[in-house]
Ligand binder design. Structure first.
Ligand code: TYD
Length: 219
């Protein structure tokens, strides 16, 4: 399958982003279930991962130290496999794909956090996905002190990224917010410092205003 031209598909591509501890995971199942209740076929998947090759790359990426450009290349290798095996076939079938992270995470973590040049990431993005972009990206955002607290409460063992410094996460968060400012029609910022219910209501509002799908009955 070639990705250089914009693929024409009838499905919807949603991605969910945020720094570690931002709380996005708490909303993924609800979002998938609410869309299913609306009669949609939903594929819930994640990056890095989502395929057999991708999950093996995830193991390495989350647990082994490596050169920062190797890390970036492997993220895109996993992404290419994910697109070819899972995302594009589902979009062609007309399904809704929800991916727990996608390319904005590379701009934020490898670009903002690690300092890989934006231009190199852009070249890989064009190679791997052409001009395919999510229809909607929900960016869960909150002050880093709260994210760190949630992370400490929720996890027995932290992976390689979760153990990163405060500065790393400040830069990652700033890069996410910069992406949102550059693509305001695609990326909706969700203030996840609020209660679960209030955060979920913002998700429903974003889906309604951007995709015209009303999930408020499931709040
Ligand atoms: P995450 O999505 O937080 O999963 P879990 O909730 O199971 O910990 O973990 C994925 C990690 O990978 C996260 O720390 C961000 C990182 N990551 C990148 O650095 N670059 C990327 O392009 C992607 C997709 C993820």
């Amino acid at each position: 399958m070639a990705y250089s031209a914009h693929p024409s598909y009838s499905g919807l591509f949603l991605t969910v982003e945020g720094v570690d501890g931002a709380g996005k995971s708490s909303h993924l199942d609800w979002l998938a279930d609410a869309l299913r209740a609306q009669g949609k076929t939903v594929v819930l998947t994640r990056e890095p991962g989502g395929t057999s090759v991708g999950e093996r790359l995830r193991e390495m990426l989350l647990h082994e130290a490596m050169d920062l450009e190797t890390e970036t290349l492997l993220m895109f290798a996993a992404r290419r496999e994910h697109l070819a095996q899972v995302i594009l076939p589902a979009l062609m079938r007309g399904d809704v794909v929800i991916s727990d992270r996608f390319t904005d995470a590379t701009y934020a973590y490898q670009g903002g956090g690690r300092g890989v040049s934006r231009n190199k990431i852009l070249q890989l993005e064009q190679w791997v996905q052409g001009d395919l972009q999510p229809n909607l990206t929900l960016l869960f955002d909150l002050p880093l002190a709260i994210a760190a607290q949630r992370l400490a409460q929720g996890r027995a063992q932290l992976d390689k990224f979760e153990q990163e410094s405060q500065v790393f996460f400040e830069n990652t968060r700033a890069a996410y917010l910069e992406r949102a400012a550059d693509a305001p029609n695609r990326i909706c910022i969700i203030d996840s410092a609020q209660s679960l219910e209030a955060t979920r209501a913002q998700v429903a509002h974003a889906v309604l205003s951007q995709l015209n799908l009303n999930l408020t009955a499931y709040l």
